[in-house]
Every structure is written in structure tokens, then in C-alpha cells.
Design a protein around this ligand. Structure first.
Ligand code: SAM
Ligand code: SF4
Length: 325
């Protein structure tokens, strides 16, 4: 549907769990408590929300988390959501640790694309950042995914890890048609403790590292990345610059937290508790209609822009793992 700023809202990101098998320092460091499973939406509840969202014009779903693949039976959810009328694409963002194991099943269930998060290809830095020694598993998942019939992108949060780190990540795009995208750190959760790398500076660096780098106008998905081509590389380089290249005027998304709270902007806590509608509505309530109405009203309240440049206005306190990055 169209919101009050004339934006088409057709993309829903769903956090299927707040749990994770990694401990990225900017997202979910050691010591974060998990929400009891009973408070997390069931697959059937997620499907009901997606039906109501589809009735309001949502066409694309991204499954995220926490780490979505630690939730048992994720391929079943993919299959359920692909069967919802109006839903055109279901995609996944994962840290890649369990991807090699589940990818054939996910593809068979109808998964359309996968984003793999990887901030460094240096084993020691990876260990320091994630608390885990899984770099080789993730690199091999990237190769497995590339061999299978599915679109693969690699997402790296831009951390100040040096030029060599940037170059090593971009190498992934050289011989395979895998887009490598850099994401500006947002001051959400533990991300607040990290300095955001300014993507204007990153682009200047890319220009000195890769002569001939040029804008790539082709359609790459339904997100806000700006893409560039490097001569001789099969994949493209994407920059997602929420802070220094604010793209709120084209924002197309809403988010469902693992506990069933529908959020309309990362920056603000405003939204609607769909779990309460699902579980606590008085007997006789038409729950499907109530969900449709609540989602519509929330979309109509969606703010015009984020406020990350004015930290005193940020009202969101939850971490990225709970919201669903
Ligand atoms: N575990 C999955 C993964 O890592 O892809 C899905 C959830 S994770 C929260 C989704 C993405 O959000 C990851 O690419 C992660 O790097 C990114 N992320 C986490 N905290 C962030 C922050 N403060 N700013 C920008 N991106 C962030
Ligand atoms: Fe887990 Fe993804 Fe957060 Fe890392 S970024 S801790 S992999 S949810």
C-alpha cells in the first residue's frame, strides 16, 4: 500500500528468532538473555500476519533474526509463506554457519535468494568479531550457495578494519556473480558503541583501489543499495548508506520482531503488538480483519525519515537481533 508520504510499502522483514549461534560484538555480544520460546510467534502465527500483510500490499518477505537458521524447521516456514496469496518472493539473511546444511531444503521449499553476512575474511578478526571460529564454514557456504540455483549476496557491515579487509571481501565478487555489499553501521543496540564508517569516504577509497569503477544501474533486488561495477568482476559492489546517504524517501519496508511487534522504522519504537491481537483478542473477534486493520494503521503512521543524526530522538531500545536487522 501507499503510505502518507507516497511511498509504496511492499517489503516485510521478519525476525523469526532473537537467538543466534554467533556473538557479533556490535549486535549480540555475550550475556544477552534470550526470550522464552512461548513469547516468540509460531510459524502459523507468522503465516497469519503475512496473509494480513499481503492483503495490505506486502509482496516480498525477508526472514532474519537473530540467526534464522537456528529456528528449527525454517524450510517449512519458507514453504508456508511462499503459498500465501500475493507473496512473490521469500528471501533469507543468515550468518551462513548453518547454511550449507539447510540450503538444498530451503531452495526446494521455494527460497528465492540468500544474503550471507560476513564482515571479514581474516580468521583472527572474524573470531574477535563473532566469538566463533566459523570463517571456513561460512566461506564454504558462500561457494555452495553460488553453485546452486539461487541468487547470493554477501553483506558486510563497514567496520574500520583496513583497506586489505575491503579488498579481500570484494575478491568474492571477482570470479563469481556474487554481489558484495557494505552497510553503514547504525546506532542501534550495541552498534551505538561503534564508529560508523562514512560511505562517502569508503567510495573515495574504492575509486583509488579500483580504477574504472562505475555505477551499475541494473536492478539487483528490492533494497536501497547503490551498486557499482568493477571492470573484470562478475559480481557488483553495493553500498547501503543509511546514515550518510539517507534513503528514507524511498523506504519500502516494515519489520516484524520475533515477538510479533510490527515496527515501521528502525529508529522509533512506534508500532503495533500483533501478538496481542493473535493471542488476546476477545472471543468472536475476526482476527484476520483485526490484523489487516492494525497493519494498515501502522503503515499509515510510518515516519517520513529516521533520526539517527539526532540521537536524542531515537526511541528504539531493542537490539538488532530482537528487531531483525
Ligand atoms: N544473523 C543473521 C545475519 O547475520 O545475517 C540475520 C540477523 S543480523 C541482525 C542482519 C544483519 O544486520 C547482519 O548483516 C548484521 O551485520 C547487520 N547488523 C547488525 N547490527 C547492525 C547495526 N547496528 N547496523 C547495521 N547493521 C547491523
Ligand atoms: Fe547473530 Fe547476525 Fe547478530 Fe551476528 S549480526 S550476532 S550473526 S544476529
Amino acid at each position: 500500500m501507499i503510505d502518507r508520504y507516497g511511498r509504496t510499502i511492499d517489503y516485510l522483514r521478519i525476525s523469526v528468532t532473537d537467538r543466534c549461534n554467533l556473538r557479533c560484538r556490535y549486535c549480540m555480544p555475550e550475556g544477552i538473555e534470550s526470550v522464552p520460546m512461548l513469547q516468540i510467534l509460531t510459524f502459523e502465527e507468522i503465516r497469519d500476519v503475512v496473509r494480513a500483510a499481503a492483503a495490505n500490499g506486502i509482496r516480498h518477505i525477508k526472514l532474519t533474526g537473530g540467526e534464522p537458521l537456528v529456528r528449527k524447521g525454517l524450510p517449512d516456514l519458507v514453504r508456508m509463506l511462499k503459498a500465501v496469496d500475493g507473496i512473490e518472493k521469500v528471501t533469507l539473511t543468515t550468518n551462513g554457519v548453518l547454511l550449507g546444511l539447510y540450503l538444498p531444503e530451503l531452495i526446494e521449499a521455494g527460497l528465492d535468494a540468500v544474503n550471507i553476512s560476513l564482515d571479514t575474511t581474516d580468521r583472527q578478526k572474524y573470531k574477535e568479531l563473532t566469538g566463533s571460529d566459523e570463517l571456513n564454514t561460512v566461506m564454504s557456504a558462500i561457494h555452495i550457495a553460488n553453485e546452486l540455483d539461487i541468487r547470493v549476496k554477501v553483506n558486510a557491515v563497514s567496520l574500520d578494519l583496513g583497506e586489505a579487509n575491503i579488498g579481500n571481501l570484494i575478491e568474492i565478487a571477482r570470479q563469481d556473480p556474487i554481489d558484495v555489499r557494505f552497510i553503514e553501521m547504525m546506532p542501534i543496540g550495541f552498534g551505538k558503541n561503534f564508529e560508523t564508517v562514512n560511505h562517502r569516504d569508503l567510495f573515495k577509497k574504492l575509486e583509488t583501489m579500483y580504477s574504472g569503477i562505475m555505477i551499475d544501474e541494473r536492478e539487483h533486488g528490492f533494497g536501497p543499495a547503490v551498486y557499482y561495477k568493477i571492470p573484470g568482476y562478475l559480481g557488483s559492489i553495493g553500498l547501503i548508506s543509511a546514515i550518510h546517504g539517507k534513503f528514507c524517501n524511498t523506504c519500502n519496508r516494515i519489520r516484524l520482531t520475533s515477538q510479533g511487534y510490527l515496527k515501521t522504522c528502525l529508529c522509533f519504537s512506534d508500532g503495533v503488538d500483533l501478538r496481542a491481537i493473535l493471542r488476546e483478542s476477545p472471543k468472536g473477534t475476526d482476527i484476520d480483519q483485526a490484523l489487516r486493520d492494525a497493519i494498515r494503521e501502522a503503515i499509515l503512521r510510518k515516519p517520513g525519515e529516521h533520526c539517527f543524526d539526532k540521537p536524542e530522538e531515537i526511541t528504539e531500545e531493542a537490539g538488532m537481533n530482537a528487531i531483525g536487522g
